[in-house]
Ligand binder design. Structure first.
Ligand SMILES: *Cc1c(COP(=O)(O)O)cnc(C)c1O
Length: 423
């Protein structure tokens, strides 16, 4: 081999070595799905699995989507009107239907111009943060929270500043901390209401305080309302958009959770901007530029959405909320009986409860990760370690499960805790 050839080969090899993954992505190896997959690979061979780790209830028969939703998709498909590409921001009639749906309860009416249709609420998060990202910017995210926000901030170069949700105060926002964290580079504050992972629902007064704080500090609120209307007991769902005349609100939502069809991948981003502040900052323009170059939700699903939003019976929603309410109650009561676990408030919405592990009462379990791994190995009960949500030594339990299965899960968790107790 001549020197020249050898040199060329070496250069080629070097070229190969330069084929590398974006390192930002590798930093997020502790995603919820990653950890849950690891847990599921460690099930006890002797016991059936009780999956309380994820947020997808659709595999359980009692949480099946209503028939009218399935029919709407069949009709949309059969009409053959929805086989083509949809417009970038979504089909007009579907945007109108979403505008009407999200307007309910607001003191003003949204129009289709305020609505952008996305691939699940996840894409709404991506679009929103990508558009708001500017050089040197930071954002206020809740802790505990939803890890997708961190990942998207990571690859958009947005600095993350976590604010705490206070467990002793119904998981309300620590507003003093917001004042301390924000500066003139803060592009927004994210709230998730009803809350994943806390099961909390903010009341009117607290939301008003959040809006006034944001107004004073001069940033918009990004309100993740993918669990909108999924509240039970005494609580009421108040959309953040109610306060958009105080500070602009970008509302993110979708049909994944309330209609139990997360696999259909349909969500939305809505600009609640009655004073045109976002418009002045060209935020909508940015959203449109981005959506012109990214694929949106499937056209047939878009075709089905107006009927899904309008024609689903009240009884269906009430029945699901009744099930979730009972399930929340069971979790709360069972936790009170287990000395080594603690929960500060009964969930009022969504499908999650955060449980604190009192580690000093355990022998040989050092943190939430070890708790979750031992629990799955010994009892085949899957729960999500709080570390994945920024809450070390807590766990998140999804209670969207059949009541009998949930009770069985708690029996096993209780006997696990007794077995490993040092008191
Ligand atoms: C599930 C979830 C999402 C994502 O919703 P999809 O419609 O499934 O993309 C966004 N935010 C929160 C808080 C969620 O729990």
């Amino acid at each position: 081999m001549t020197n020249k050839l050898a040199q060329e080969e070496e250069e080629q090899n070097e070229g190969k070595c330069q084929t590398r993954c974006n390192p930002v992505l590798l930093e997020y190896s502790s995603s919820i799905r990653g950890v849950l997959a690891m847990l599921l690979s460690r099930l006890s061979p002797d016991k059936s699995v009780i999956p309380l780790g994820h947020g997808d209830a659709s595999s359980f028969k009692c949480f099946r989507a209503p028939l009218n939703v399935e029919d709407a998709l069949i009709q949309s498909t059969r009409s053959s009107n929805f086989n083509g590409y949809a417009p970038s921001y979504g089909i007009l009639d579907t945007r109108r239907a979403v505008a009407e749906y999200v307007s309910s309860g607001l003191p003003y009416k949204l129009t289709y111009n305020d609505v952008y249709l996305t691939v699940g609420c996840s894409q709404a998060i991506q679009v929103c943060l990508t558009v708001l990202a500017t050089k040197g910017s930071n954002i206020l995210l809740p802790r505990p929270g939803f890890p997708v926000y961190e990942t998207v901030c990571g690859y958009n170069g947005i600095e993350i500043r976590f604010y705490d949700l206070v467990p002793e105060k119904n998981w309300e926002v620590d507003l003093d901390q917001i004042e301390a964290l924000a500066d003139d580079k803060t592009i927004a504050m994210v709230i998730i209401n009803p809350s994943n992972p806390c099961g909390a629902v903010f009341d009117y007064e607290h939301l008003l305080k959040i809006a006034k704080t944001a107004e004073r500090l001069d940033f918009p609120i990004v309100s993740d309302e993918v669990y909108a209307h999924m509240v039970f007991g005494e609580s009421k769902f108040v959309p953040m958009g109610t306060f958009a005349s105080i500070t602009p609100v970008i509302t993110l939502g979708g049909i994944s959770k309330r209609w139990l069809i997360p696999g259909w991948r349909f969500g939305w981003l809505v600009a609640c901007d009655p004073h045109g502040i976002l418009k002045k900052g060209k935020v909508q323009e940015g959203v449109e530029m981005l959506m012109n170059i990214t694929p949106g939700p499937s056209t047939v699903v878009q075709g089905a959405v107006p009927s899904i939003l309008k024609d689903t019976s009240k009884e269906f929603h009430e029945n699901i909320l009744h099930l979730l309410d009972m399930a929340a109650d069971i979790c709360y009561k069972r936790i009170q009986k287990i000395k080594s676990l603690c929960c500060y408030s009964r969930p009022q919405g969504s499908m999650f409860i955060m449980v604190k592990i009192n580690l000093s009462t355990f022998k040989g379990i050092k943190d939430d990760m070890e708790f979750a791994f031992r629990l799955v190995e010994e009892e085949s009960v899957v729960v999500l370690p709080g570390s994945t949500l920024g809450m070390k030594n807590w766990i998140r339990i999804s209670f969207a499960a059949p009541i009998a299965l949930l009770e069985e899960g708690w029996d096993r968790i209780e006997s696990f805790c007794q077995r490993h107790s040092n008191v």
